[in-house]
Design a binder for this molecule. Structure first.
Ligand code: MAN
Length: 374
């Protein structure tokens, strides 16, 4: 594991973090992805996990699909069904038809269907995970078929938002397992992105945005996760540790939303923490009460990652480009992974719950900003 240095320059408050959007953005759009069934359409390809495998950049894409609807007055909701109580094994796809005029239902959020009390009763799409590969990190070939398909009744609404952490030569994928029972965190591992081994659910609902650290700290594996408390508390960032990647405990509160700011509604981990000499750099997402999602940065203690050393006041990336401000769910930049080579970070992110894009930037100015208290 390489250690990233911030170099010998003096701390400079004004040092600009120069964020370069790729001129090829958006890199992957729904048109580039073949639906998993002929009667379904792909409506989003976003929030991909990222890894370097051999000489290729791998994206594990979240592909959201729904049954094609001939009639705009009806919403066709995809769900998977299996035998009663079945926790694993193949599931059959089923379509539920909902009437847009149904007074009991609220279709105001493109992502979900809510009942009158505000509870989510369906998702409008179902996600699976699909591989895309690239040699230059910009031009991707997307597989024709799913790599990870939802399995068992606790994934009957789909699998979403994977993060990939390489630990000792094996890739561990944390993801959201979504069903009517809630959103839980699942773990899958692979050595070669061909065979995927299911390790089971590691956190019960409601929890999302879990990322594993790439190495053990003080003899334990560490994870950042994001419980979604109901009633008391907010969706904020926590840490936990484990002796074996499967059993997690010693949960600690790490950092929270900030009133009156771009991140007053929710925050959650984005990319796999990046080890630097100054601490673990956590690139995370935040959203305000208008659901505008940006990317922020914090520095966590190297030996106790539940301790925050520094945190930027402002997001370093906000939705500005057309493909970020317009899409299936507008005004979203949401990163699940990055590749770090020396001082250069290439961060891949979902834009507007619609397509994949990337930015590049240098680590050192970001660390300077963090360490000079913004
Ligand atoms: C939220 C959004 C959706 C996602 C559901 C379930 O509504 O993040 O994109 O499908 O949660 O995880």
């Amino acid at each position: 594991m390489g250690v990233n240095r911030i170099g010998g320059e003096t701390l400079n408050r004004e040092k600009k973090i120069d964020i370069q959007r790729s001129s090829r953005n958006p890199l992957i759009t729904p048109r580039d992805v073949k639906p998993s069934r002929p009667d379904w359409e792909v409506i989003g390809v976003f929030n991909a996990g990222v890894a370097k495998y051999r000489d290729e950049t791998i994206l594990l894409l979240r592909v959201a699909e729904r049954p094609r609807s001939p009639d705009p007055g009806h919403v066709l909701v995809p769900v998977l069904e299996g035998g009663a109580g079945r926790e694993s094994g193949p599931m059959d796809a089923k379509t539920i038809t909902l009437d847009r005029r149904d007074p009991e239902l609220d279709f105001g959020d493109s992502r979900v269907v809510r009942d009158r009390s505000g509870r989510t009763v369906f998702l409008t799409s179902m996600s699976h995970l699909r591989l895309a590969r690239s040699r230059d990190g910009e031009r991707f070939a997307v597989d024709g078929r799913p790599a990870v398909w939802p399995q068992g009744r606790l994934e009957s609404w789909g699998v979403e938002d994977p993060r990939i952490t390489e630990i000792d030569g094996r890739y561990f994928i944390t993801y959201s397992a979504v069903s009517e029972k809630g959103v839980a965190v699942g773990l899958i591992s692979t050595e070669d992105f061909a065979d995927f081994r299911r390790e089971g659910l590691i956190l019960a609902p409601t929890n999302k945005d879990a990322v594993l650290f790439p190495e053990k700290i003080g003899g334990f594996y560490y994870m950042i996760h994001r419980p979604v408390p109901e009633g008391i508390g907010m969706p904020e960032i926590w840490a936990a540790r484990s002796p074996d990647l499967l059993h997690w405990g010693d949960h600690r509160y790490v950092m929270g939303v900030r009133k009156g700011t771009w991140e007053n509604r929710r925050i959650g981990a984005g990319c796999v923490p990046i080890r630097t000499e100054e601490g673990w750099l956590l690139l995370y997402h935040g959203a305000d009460d208008r659901d505008v999602y940006g990317m922020g940065a914090a520095l966590l203690d190297l030996t106790d990652p539940s301790r925050v050393i520094a945190r930027l006041d402002d997001p370093f990336l906000t939705p500005e480009a057309e493909y970020e401000t317009n899409g299936f769910f507008r005004n979203v930049v949401f990163a699940c992974g990055a590749i770090v080579e020396g001082d250069r970070v290439t961060m891949y992110y979902g834009a507007a719950d619609d397509s994949m894009a990337r930015v590049t930037f240098q680590l050192s100015p970001l660390l300077h900003r963090l360490l000079s208290n913004n």
